[in-house]
Design a protein around this ligand. Structure first.
Ligand code: HOZ
Length: 427
């Protein structure tokens, strides 16, 4: 398999774009390879510049849940583009997507659209600080909520992958307001509330973390967070940018029956175009400008093409039995990988949250960031490289989630398991 053209493009890109990529994990550095430059994608398949075809399990890091270039989504996008690509003024499309989003997440009464998950989390924090009139926040080691300053403290995803969980450039004066707790450990959260005299604006948590790899909330953990927040007058922000439409139509909050004060969304609600959102009950949201004093804005917020892609994707996702099928496909794949690991004598923990999963090469269970870091990353890199050679495109980092979509067929899963079997041999 030649990847000559990708290599040439990387060289060219590196002259004008730092590292040749516009988001660090894409660079493949964590797995010791060079990134593939992509030329097109359709359904479950992605094609690189050299014409190689792969079964894609990145799915643009989550959004492509109905598959790449779904005809209903692309045809709606084309029609919308013919009506103009951006107005910088409100449209009826924003109301439609807002209503659909609120129906799916009853904990929110109002929602605001932005252009990325980063913006959603950053704005949610500002809102929580304004609402509670407090500055401090609690986040969890290994959770990632985008790259806003306050949130780049012991962060997951690319920050963990590249060993810069506390990025240079974040002022110490700002970082001191971020307190880190241990995921799945309510005592660590309670201790911070007590140490700070309860001076905490919010606790922000991923609905089901996918940015230290996939980690599941243990029974009672999310509910316990909600209780602690109420007790100390803080807001609970559930970041469902990844988990939102990946666990079910309604996210982790529906699965775990917890109503957060504020929810962040992204990825799937944009159907592959740049959309993020944050929402809460009316009394919180009406603090936002222009109803209230908390400033937040964006030229491309509520962009008509992005709203259209989101509306069409959510329509498709409401088809009967689709989530059952998606979750079954994911379970088949994950059970298969576990069985192969056992048979081949390769210790691995496969954590699954709906249609997202991570294979950790470790023999213990993975319930928090410290556990995730016990993973054998050299083994992960080998596994990644072998899978790629066999035509299976996995996320190039131990600390990311694999995304299964509705376009993955039985044959795709069969081929992936065959590749996994060979890749685990002598790993
Ligand atoms: N860190 C992002 C996923 N958790 C990756 C985004 C991208 O590279 O597109």
């Amino acid at each position: 398999m030649s990847t000559k053209k990708s290599a040439q493009l990387l060289k060219k890109a590196a002259r004008v774009i730092p590292g040749g990529v516009n988001s660090p994990v894409r660079a493949f550095k964590a797995v010791g390879g060079a990134p593939l430059f992509i030329s097109k994608a359709k359904g479950s398949r992605i094609y690189d510049a050299d014409g190689n075809e792969y079964i894609d399990y990145i799915g643009s890091w989550g959004p492509m849940i109905v598959g790449h270039a779904h005809p209903k989504v692309t045809s709606a996008i084309k029609k919308a583009a013919d009506r103009g690509t951006s107005y910088g003024a409100p449209t009826g499309l924003e109301i439609t997507l807002a209503e659909e989003t609120l129906k799916a997440f009853p904990s929110m009464e109002m929602v605001r659209f932005v252009s990325s998950g980063t913006e959603a989390a950053m704005s949610a924090i500002r809102l929580a600080r304004a609402y509670t009139k407090r500055d401090n926040i609690i986040k969890f080691d290994g959770c990632y909520h985008g790259h806003a300053d306050s949130l780049l403290v012991k962060a997951g995803s690319g920050a963990a992958t590249f060993g810069v969980p506390d990025s240079p450039g974040v002022p110490a004066d700002l970082a001191k307001h971020t307190f880190n707790a241990v995921y799945n450990d309510l005592d660590s959260v309670r201790a911070i509330f007590e140490e700070t005299g309860g001076n905490i604006a919010c606790v922000i948590v991923e609905g089901a973390p996918g940015n230290m790899g996939v980690v599941l909330p243990e029974p009672g953990f999310l509910g316990g967070l909600s209780t602690l927040c109420k007790q100390y007058g803080a807001l609970l922000i559930m970041d469902e940018v990844m988990s939102g439409f990946r666990l079910c139509y309604g996210g982790a909050q529906k699965v775990y029956n917890v109503a957060p004060d504020v929810t962040c969304l992204g990825k799937v609600i944009g159907g592959g175009l740049p959309v993020g959102a944050f929402g809460a009950r009316r009394g919180i949201m009406e603090m936002l400008s222009p109803s209230g004093p908390v400033y937040q804005a964006g030229t491309l917020s509520g962009n008509p093409i992005a709203m259209t892609a989101g509306i069409e994707t959510l329509k498709l996702l409401q088809g009967k039995g689709l989530y059952e099928r998606l979750l079954k496909t994911t379970a088949t794949l994950c059970d298969g990988i576990r069985e192969i690991g056992e048979r081949r004598g390769v210790a691995c923990a496969v954590n699954v949250a709906g249609s997202m999963f991570t294979v950790f090469f470790t023999d213990g269970k993975v319930a928090n960031y410290d556990d995730a870091k016990t993973s054998d990353r050299a083994r992960f890199s080998k596994w990644f490289g072998r899978m790629l050679k066999a035509g299976v495109y996995l996320p190039p980092s131990q600390f990311e989630a694999v995304f299964v979509g509705l376009a993955h067929s039985k044959d795709d899963i069969g081929h992936t398991l065959e590749a996994a079997d060979k890749a685990m041999k002598g790993l």
